[in-house]
Design a protein around this ligand. Structure first.
Ligand SMILES: NC(=O)c1ccc[n+]([C@@H]2O[C@H](COP(=O)([O-])OP(=O)(O)OC[C@H]3O[C@@H](n4cnc5c(N)ncnc54)[C@H](O)[C@@H]3O)[C@@H](O)[C@H]2O)c1
Ligand SMILES: [Zn+2]
Length: 370
């Protein structure tokens, strides 16, 4: 039975190496942030890092809550959008923190989507060689994916996330109320990662989403949404716990749909498709490859495509979109050519594994069919 209101809070304990941190998921959580930071033993000053959109909507509430718990906070705002996720911007944030007198005892609160989460986490990893980080994700994608797992970083001209650190947060606070101001397209893209999690690890959740396709960020859906977010956090954190630093291969299954997805994102100059939209297309391609190489039943591919469409996620490329650009953007190297690439396939909804049995031709064929 799902309670009407999120009663009052659902949470997940996440293991990161020898540390553990909590993710709290519920409604009206922003005003508790100060108190929550005290409970986990923080003292001193903090920087609230946000972007221009989110700061205008929510930073006052966060600062008030911190002040009520006797924390002195400095708001640092970056322009909204992926273009802010740079080393220069991280340096500028550090400079502002130094100017504000933040020191080794200070902590950072990242208030925003995945961009703010990644850059504020990266600054937390390097400032005074590492200070604590609290994540307040404000997009669905950030709640179910980027705020969990400790990967932080920035982009360079050569590619995305090439510079970074693994620096797990001390606390994650997911206030589902924040999602009400999110644009529908941004909300929907979070479902690409939710559907990905279902495909790789949770057949039951796949059915749950099939049964509640009209999940929206409104009052009546808040409790269902909170439980769904919690389930996704559990899936991602369980996978990450086996392979936090992405060394042994377990974490790689989270990349299902991402080999082609990233190439599409790049081919569209990071403008044509949102990340989740590119991943949706990448999932469709990975399903075609899974039918051929892992025995995925075609009716399960159809069910996946159907579900992606229900969230208005793209499952076909626009006819004039250059396939050649996608091939050029694939993480192409010699190993790729000789067939020894690591590709994630699903033999059936609820499970996935790495194979080195997929060739560039298989990928070309799947992209041609998109
Ligand atoms: N670290 C990881 O493991 C990981 C995983 C997946 C993605 N990522 C990263 O996450 C980033 C994408 O994250 P994103 O999709 O959240 O993008 P984003 O942070 O750019 O947010 C999307 C847009 O929504 C706005 N916004 C955010 N919250 C809002 C709210 N509550 N109401 C209204 N507007 C709001 C933002 O200002 C922005 O314009 C990428 O940089 C990607 O590399 C990281
Ligand atoms: Zn992703």
């Amino acid at each position: 039975m799902v309670p009407d209101k999120v009663e009052q809070l659902v949470g997940a304990i996440i293991t990161a190496g020898d540390r553990r941190y909590r993710a709290l998921i519920g409604e009206h959580l922003l005003h508790e942030i100060g108190e929550r930071c005290r409970t986990i033993g923080f003292s001193g000053r903090c920087a609230v890092i946000s972007d221009t959109n989110v700061a205008a909507l929510s930073s006052d509430r966060v600062k008030q809550s911190l002040a009520a718990a006797d924390f002195q906070s400095t708001l640092i705002t970056i322009p909204a959008g992926e273009k802010s996720k740079t080393l220069e911007q991280a340096g500028a944030i550090c400079d502002q923190m130094i100017a504000s007198g933040l020191d080794r005892q200070s902590f950072i609160v990242g208030l925003g989507g995945g961009v703010v989460g990644d850059i504020s986490g990266f600054v937390a990893a390097i400032y005074h060689r590492g200070i604590p980080h609290v994540q307040i994700p404000t997009t669905l994608l950030a709640m179910v994916d980027s705020s969990i797992g400790g990967k932080t970083g920035v982009n360079t001209a050569a590619g995305k996330n090439l510079i970074g650190a693994v620096h797990p947060p001390s606390l994650v606070i997911d206030d589902v109320d924040l999602l009400k101001t999110l644009r529908q397209r941004e909300f929907n893209q979070g479902f690409a990662e939710i559907i990905k999690h279902a495909i790789i690890a949770d057949r039951e959740m796949f059915q749950t989403v099939v049964q509640h396709p009209k999940l929206r960020a409104n009052e009546s859906a808040s409790s269902k949404l909170a439980l769904l977010i919690k389930r996704n956090i559990r899936i991602k954190s369980a996978i990450v716990a086996c392979d936090e630093r992405d060394r042994t291969g377990e974490r790689a299954i989270l990349n299902f749909g991402h080999t082609v997805g990233h190439a599409i994102e790049r081919a569209g100059n990071y403008r044509e498709f949102l990340h989740g939209e590119a991943v949706s297309l990448g999932i469709v391609a990975a399903c075609a490859i899974s039918i051929k190489k892992a025995g995925l039943p075609p009716n399960q591919r159809d069910a996946i495509v159907d579900l992606l469409r229900r969230f208005d996620l793209p499952t076909q490329l626009p006819p004039n979109f250059s396939r050649e650009k996608i091939f050029a953007a694939l993480p192409y190297d010699k190993k790729f050519e000789s067939g020894h690439i690591r590709f994630i396939v699903t033999p059936r909804i609820g499970t996935a594994h790495i194979t080195n049995d997929v060739t560039l031709d298989d990928i070309r064929e799947a992209v041609d069919e998109l």
